[in-house]
Design a protein around this ligand. Structure first.
Ligand code: OGA
Ligand code: NI
Length: 311
């Protein structure tokens, strides 16, 4: 059996997915922008051990962590947004960001050398997760009625970009005044999220409500990004999500971003443009899109919405 894609929603809560046998098939009518994947091929032990080394990293003293402080130019390294005022709410997260692909952007010397096994686990984990991304790109292509390598080629083939953002949300004395992450959609193609399965925190927007995602043990959560929405001409929708914090438990997550290479134009795939459904989004390179998002800051799904062409 290959990768099993499980749509997030009621079916997951009630465990019905196990019986529904959704193998390598994305049920389009149920698609709400994110899903969980099981039978994904990544070793469960590797997932747990990688989460553990990062938990240890975030427990180091601030002085130790500051040795990896990120710079505004590359964004790589450690950063803290605990207690940073953001609109009506405080931000409440620490993070570590590192580049993985292309290989030329990778600098293992910037990865934590403490705990001593961190670099080794990060390398193994990223190698496995990137394979999963490749499999999912095929599944999503087939489901759109395209050749299996269509989406992958559209985002740059073997020159795609990937990075890892490890999030750590400490306990928060007044969780109602803070957010781990403000509402946003991920700008790239796919995000493979591994979150602590015993502390919930991720919420997705469903109309005017925020729905808490209950992680399936040993599964990954997959968030569809803005570029997949554009490429699919709106058949897939990126998911608006946020993270809430907790007064009694800390929470960790690993977000692996699979994004287009910067210089190719991302636009709806030709075969998905029809007379009934002309191109819904304006073309833009991912590099330009990133700049645009960075300038405006996180703001729900406003960025991809503003690419929409209004006929
Ligand atoms: C992100 C993100 C969710 C989480 O890093 O973009 O949405 O649960 N993370 O940490
Ligand atoms: Ni996100």
């Amino acid at each position: 059996m290959g990768v099993v894609v499980v749509p997030c929603g009621e079916a997951v809560e009630s465990g019905e997915w196990a019986a529904s046998g959704l193998t390598e098939r994305w049920p389009l009518p149920e698609m709400k922008g994110n899903c969980q994947v099981v039978n994904h091929g990544v070793s469960h032990q590797l997932m747990v051990e990688t989460q553990n080394v990062w938990r240890e990293f975030f427990r180091l003293t601030v002085e130790e962590k500051q040795k990896y402080a990120n710079s505004p130019e590359t964004y790589e390294g450690y950063g803290s947004r605990v207690g940073v005022v953001k609109g009506a709410k405080l931000d409440w997260s620490d993070y570590f960001f590192l580049n993985y692909l292309p290989v030329s952007s990778r600098d293992e010397n910037k990865w934590p050398s403490q705990p001593s096994t961190c670099r080794e686990f990060v390398a193994k984990y990223n190698e496995e997760v990137v394979k999963l991304c490749g499999k999912l790109m095929k599944i999503f292509s087939i489901n759109l009625g395209l050749q299996e390598d269509c989406l992958e080629n559209a985002v740059g083939g073997d020159q795609i970009k990937a990075s890892l953002r490890v999030n750590f949300y400490p306990k928060c004395p007044q969780p109602d005044l803070a957010l781990g992450l403000s509402p946003h959609s991920d700008p790239g193609t796919l995000t493979i999220l591994l979150a602590d399965d015993h502390v919930s925190g991720l919420q997705v927007r469903k109309n005017d409500n925020w729905v808490t995602i209950k992680p399936i043990p040993n599964a990954f959560i997959v968030n569809l990004g803005d570029q997949l929405e554009v490429l699919s001409n709106g058949k897939y929708k990126s998911v608006e999500h946020r993270v809430i914090v907790n007064s009694s438990k800390e929470r960790g997550s690993l977000a692996f971003f699979y994004v287009p290479r910067g210089d190719i134009v991302i636009e709806p795939i030709k075969q998905l443009i029809t007379e009934d459904k002309p191109a819904q989004y304006q073309p833009m390179t991912y590099k330009e899109y990133r700049m645009f998002v960075r300038m405006k800051g996180l703001h729900g799904k406003s960025h991809v919405e503003s690419l929409k062409l209004h006929a």
